[in-house]
Design a protein around this ligand. Structure first.
Ligand code: UD1
Ligand code: MG
Length: 466
């Protein structure tokens, strides 16, 4: 498929979404809709890829949201005057280019690379100059209908709004995906008019044009007609998201990962998972997330843009974003790892612990109720329940550096900037404001006072006063 030029149509406003955001930027599994066809095309290694977007700021927004995709061209369609007009905008970038074009829609996310390969094969085998990807549905709905000749080859496509009752009864529909010879396409577009029910320039008219020239046309019926489904309204978006989520879960089930309740789990298309990892119910994995082998990701975990090593356990309801967790660590339940967190080998972050830009060394622990931000925690140090790094004075952020094998007693505040040396011991309930050298034992709480035998007397007096 290396000699193909892809043209993706994405200039439609998507008015039925009722949104200020262009339709192709609405998210499916936390990724913009347009990224799905672009990822599929990237798999195929095509010669050239053009994405037609609007001439206004929507076009700029879409282009800048797709920077991760390399080698794309972004022709602009100034006014959305129909699919033929959108393709004409792309042709302006293709002067002197010949061969075959693959035209597809930016709002159709479920089409697979394998389908496009079979589609291309059919195009080549039938020596066709124009092949239409089609599907047979029980009800053709608002899709264009495929009119065949006596040999079963496409003679025309009739839009639902222009169709006669007999044509509306046709069950084979147009997916909006085509393979077409570029020179034929140029001649067809020069010939289109907008004399139809919608007053638009229809790309679909190229089929009748090709036949009038005596060109060879063909169809390729999809095995799974769900692949052609497009997003026109928000209901479509969530319906297709469900299909995509299940497809991805089943991909991982076929690749050595147990996904226990696939209908509740959302795994994004850029996530990778190692062998023997287990995913429990209601888990969401998104963005550029890599999870190692033999991990256990328990119910309710939300993980975005993280790198997790082998044999890590993420216990229920933990939220991790932009964090690195090295092998054999344990996180949660109810832990929150915010961006810039790095958890070393075999470390433990327990319940109700929040971390941000915090680096925990090998075997370090914060097992309960803590806030550790802008901090370094040395190997095998242990932060007790209620430890707080006071990293912010209302204006600036400061760093806390904790050495190796440090023990911080419960309910201690570490007021940054602060350095605790190796082997330091902080007494429970301390507020530490000055650096502590290696091996220091430090406590700042006031000395305990005990009035022997005065408990009952105090109670009596309090009751009398009431
Ligand atoms: C089109 C087909 C129809 C097919 C259906 C499949 C035509 C005339 N009809 O209809 O036969 O069954 O797709 O989904 O082509 N776009 C632009 N600029 C425009 C208009 C559209 O870029 O001026 C883009 C849209 O963003 C979208 C794609 O082209 O990605 C299809 O446009 P849409 O308006 O959805 O076409 P349909 O009416 O669905
Ligand atoms: Mg459409």
């Amino acid at each position: 498929m290396h000699d193909l030029t892809a043209i993706v149509l994405a200039a439609g406003r998507g008015t039925r979404m009722l949104s200020t955001l262009p339709k192709v930027l609405h998210k499916m599994l936390d990724e913009p809709l347009l990224s799905y066809p672009l990822r599929t095309l990237a798999e195929l290694g095509l010669k050239k890829q053009l994405v037609v977007v609007g001439g206004d700021q929507d076009g700029d927004l879409v282009e800048s949201a797709m920077v991760a995709f390399e080698g794309l061209e972004w022709p602009r369609q100034i006014q959305a005057r129909g699919t033929a007009d959108a393709v004409a905008a792309a042709l302006e970038n293709l002067d002197g280019v010949s061969g075959c074009a693959l035209i597809l829609c930016g709002d159709v996310p479920l089409l697979t690379g394998a389908t496009l390969q079979s589609f291309y094969q059919k195009h080549i085998e039938s020596s066709s100059q124009l092949t239409v990807l089609t599907a047979v549905l029980d009800d053709g709905g608002s899709y264009g209908r495929i009119v065949l000749d006596v040999d079963g080859l496409p003679r025309a496509i009739v839009e639902a709004k222009d169709a006669s009752p007999e044509q509306l009864a046709i069950t084979r529909i147009n997916s909006g995906t085509y393979l077409v010879d570029l020179d034929l396409l140029r001649r067809a577009l020069a010939d289109t008019s907008c004399d139809n029910a919608q007053g638009e320039y229809y790309l679909t008219d190229m089929v009748a044009f090709a036949r009038s020239e005596g060109a060879t046309t063909a169809i390729f019926d999809l095995a799974d007609s769900r692949e052609i489904l497009g997003v026109n309204k928000r209901g479509d978006l969530v319906d297709l998201e469900k299909i995509m989520a299940l497809r991805i879960c089943h991909h991982w089930l076929d690749n050595g990962v147990t996904v226990r309740y696939p209908e509740t789990v959302r795994i994004g298309p850029r996530v990778s998972l190692g062998e023997d990892t287990e995913i429990d119910s209601n888990v969401s994995l998104s963005g550029q997330t890599e999870i190692g082998a033999a991990c256990s990701i328990k119910s309710g975990a939300l993980i975005k843009d993280c790198k997790i090593g082998d044999r890590v356990e993420i216990k229920p309801y933990s939220v991790l974003e932009d964090a690195i967790v090295e092998e054999d660590s344990q996180i949660g339940p109810f832990a929150r790892l915010r961006p810039g967190t790095e958890i070393g080998v075999g470390a433990k972050i327990g319940n109700f612990v929040e971390t941000k830009k915090a680096c925990f060394g090998k075997g370090a622990k914060a097992s309960h109720l803590a806030y550790i931000g802008d901090a370094e925690v040395g190997e095998h140090s242990n932060l007790g329940a209620g430890t707080i790094t006071c990293n912010y004075d209302g204006f600036n952020k400061f760093k806390t550096e904790i050495g190796q094998r440090v023990f911080v007693g419960s309910d201690s505040q570490l007021v940054a900037p602060l350095k605790l040396g190796d082997d330091v011991l902080v007494g429970a309930g301390s507020t530490i404001t000055r650096d502590v050298a290696d091996n220091g034992l430090v406590t700042t709480r006031t000395r305990q006072k005990e009035l022997a035998g005065r408990g009952m007397a105090w109670r009596r007096r309090t009751l009398e006063e009431k």
